[in-house]
Design a protein around this ligand. Structure first.
Ligand SMILES: Nc1nc2c(ncn2[C@@H]2O[C@H](COP(=O)(O)OP(=O)(O)OP(=O)(O)O)[C@@H](O)[C@H]2O)c(=O)[nH]1
Ligand SMILES: [Mg+2]
Length: 390
């Protein structure tokens, strides 16, 4: 049956599973179908008219009268399409089997990406990152960029005059904190004095008992890292030993590393035990509220803390759950200060893109429009260290 897919002249019907099997969330399948007929017979659209400008349609993949999965589909003019179905292997496998029955050849993600991106480095990079996307939000955002959302906007910007271009670049730059948070998750350190409830909070945030909690101080002896998502934004949580003199050599080393990490730590939750008079006045005073949150733990117990040295604290109880949602929301706001962009719109998703657009912005402000266009073109082209050189 396989050679039925060979329509000669390289016009094969091809299917690629872009996302790794079992990632959960969303699975993305690319199909290349020069005849354009496959979706006609296997996709039942939810509505006849689709209101969304990028032609992402929702509906069902069907086999005869049976519906296999509820999906989102984006079609390109050359007969290629992207199918976003439910994650896990079962559903994606059934759709792939269906394409195979119709003579599609299964190709590797690398090959699929190469063909699909049509020589556009931004789309290619988005497709490559899509394979590794850890969250639903990440997969959706990257699928839109792989479909050309950012490329198209940059192309439009090249044709704009000074002020409209500046405005458009500003709007794009406001998407960067979201885009980069999704593709390059940051570390969020949980720090504070011994016995403050750091490990308990860590376990609460990741949702299962990963580290040892104990009533005695000094329970955590080393850094424990775990990837999780907070408000849909992936982060690596780092549980640390309490900040104090270590009693054993190993503990001292771990604490030293925590101390050293303190200034580097881009983001942290600093925990102090609300049920005891605080000791760490100096450190509390030095917290940077834009990146470091103060959590007053054990709020189920009578509070003993009155002076927070001008810092705002979020009272929490890992025991009762009090304040945890508020803390999550505060974390999300710090991870994505500019908020969540419109679904499926253009999003800046790498540091390189952000840096180039910032340069372009500077150039426009200085009246150097030609230089700004050069920076935008750079942003459209491949990075130096990728294999994105076609
Ligand atoms: N009442 C109450 N007790 C808590 C709460 N959170 C933690 N504890 C208790 O506080 C003690 C210390 O908790 P841990 O999470 O181990 O504290 P830690 O900051 O990780 O301690 P070290 O790793 O030793 O620095 C344990 O007995 C916890 O059960 C809370 O919200 N309420
Ligand atoms: Mg601990």
């Amino acid at each position: 049956m396989g050679d039925m897919g060979d329509m000669s002249d390289g016009k094969r019907r091809e299917a690629t599973l872009l996302t790794p099997p079992g990632r959960g969330g969303v699975a993305v399948i690319l199909i290349a179908d020069p005849t354009g007929k496959w979706l006609q017979s296997h996709f039942r659209s939810r509505g006849r008219k689709d209101p969304s400008p990028d032609r992402m349609r929702s509906g069902w993949i069907t086999r005869g009268s049976e519906s296999i999965d509820e999906v989102l589909v984006r079609e390109w003019e050359d007969g290629a399409a992207e199918i976003q179905c439910h994650g896990g292997t079962a559903v994606a496998d059934r759709i792939l089997d269906l394409t195979k029955e119709d003579g599609f050849i299964r190709v590797s993600p690398e090959e699929g990406i190469h063909r699909r991106s049509g020589g556009d480095p931004i789309r290619k990079e988005a497709l490559s990152l899509l394979i590794e996307a850890e969250t639903d939000a990440g997969a959706r955002m990257l699928a839109a960029q792989a479909g050309g959302a950012l490329s198209t906007r940059l192309e439009e910007i090249l044709d704009l005059d000074r002020w409209p271009a500046l405005e458009a670049i500003d709007l794009l730059l406001r998407t960067a904190s979201y885009g980069i948070a999704l593709t390059a998750p940051v570390e969020l350190w949980i720090m504070g004095p011994p016995n403050a409830g750091k490990s308990t909070l860590f376990n609460t945030l990741i949702g299962w008992d990963r580290t040892i909690v104990h009533e005695g101080p000094g329970t955590t002896r080393d850094h424990v890292r775990e990837r999780t998502a907070i408000g849909g934004i992936p982060v690596t949580l780092v549980d640390t030993p309490g900040l104090r003199e270590g009693e054993t050599a190993a503990e001292s080393i771990a604490i030293e590393r925590t101390e050293a990490g303190w200034d580097e730590a881009r983001r942290a939750i600093f925990c102090i035990d609300g049920s005891r008079p605080p000791e760490d006045a100096e450190r509390i005073r030095r917290l940077d509220p834009e990146r470091q949150l103060l959590a007053l733990t054990k709020s189920d117990l009578p509070s003993q803390v009155s002076d927070l040295h001008g810092q705002e604290a979020i009272p929490i109880s890992a025991l009762t759950g009090h304040g945890i949602d508020r803390l999550r929301e505060a974390i999300r706001q710090r991870l994505v200060p500019d908020g969540v962009p419109a679904p499926r719109g253009p999003v800046v998703f790498t540091e390189r893109q952000r840096a180039l657009l910032q340069s372009a912005r500077g150039a426009i402000s200085a009246g150097k429009l030609d230089l700004a266009r050069l920076e935008v073109r750079q942003c459209q082209s491949a990075g130096d260290n990728g294999d994105l050189d076609d």
